[in-house]
Design a protein around this ligand. Structure first.
Ligand code: MD3
Ligand code: FE
Length: 203
């Protein structure tokens, strides 16, 4: 089933469940080579969410700013490749949401533990501001905040469960969004964490 959030944004409930073994194996390989780390914002704050990346580009933040980099600054190595199963999932989810021929070149992997939140923001570091972002939720549940085009616009709360996929593109691509603090709990497969993958077209 699916929930429409806006003209070009929807939740595909459970869409990633068919891919979960490949997702978990991929995350193991990726984080073995590019470990989760807490980035520092340009303002000097340590981010609550731990992050890593795979694909041609990875999102990084430091005192100099936010940007995409071809190499992991922590190891000097290229980011791990996007596994084929990740690309197939992202492409199939985008197609189901009405975006044909989606070919992401980056995947940001976020890890949340109990109490971790992600404050309201826009994703504006990608050159392509229209191509969809495909988001895959794994592990502990989350409440996603879906806003408008100005920070102060009303937000709606969207519950996201293990296996849910959200697709946002076109006119809804630049909406403000965030994640409320994760409630303590244990997921049967992922344990005491939530992992979110966001596929992006950067260049
Ligand atoms: C709506 N991640 O990594 S994914 C992020 O659950 C991020 O980890 C959240 O926001 C997470 O930047 C939310 C869903 C998402 C991603 C991008 C969007 C929603 C979006 C871009 C525009 C509108
Ligand atoms: Fe975001």
């Amino acid at each position: 089933t699916r929930t429409e959030l806006a003209a070009q944004a929807c939740v595909l409930h459970g869409f990633a469940l068919a891919f979960k073994d490949a997702l978990l194996a991929g995350i193991e390989t990726i984080t073995g080579n590019a470990p989760f780390r807490h980035l520092v914002t340009p303002g000097g704050h340590v981010m609550q969410v731990a992050m890593t990346n795979c694909g041609h580009f990875g999102w990084v933040s430091d005192r100099r700013g936010y940007r995409y980099e071809g190499h992991d600054p922590q190891t000097g190595l290229p980011w791990p490749a996007l596994p084929e199963a990740f690309l197939q999932l992202a492409n199939a989810a985008a197609a189901a949401a009405g975006f044909a021929n989606y070919r992401p070149d980056a995947c940001l992997i976020n890890r949340y533990v109990a109490g971790t939140r992600l404050s309201l923001h826009q994703d504006r570091d990608e050159d392509d501001r229209v191509a969809p972002i495909v988001s895959v939720s794994l592990g502990l549940p989350a409440t996603f905040l879906f806003g408008g085009f100005a920070r102060g616009d009303k937000t709606v709360r969207v519950p996201l469960l293990h296996g849910d996929v959200v697709v946002w593109g076109g006119v809804d691509r630049m909406r403000f969004h965030g994640v409320l603090p994760i409630q303590p709990g244990r997921h049967a497969v992922l344990g005491e964490q939530r992992i979110n993958l966001t596929f992006r077209k950067v260049r």
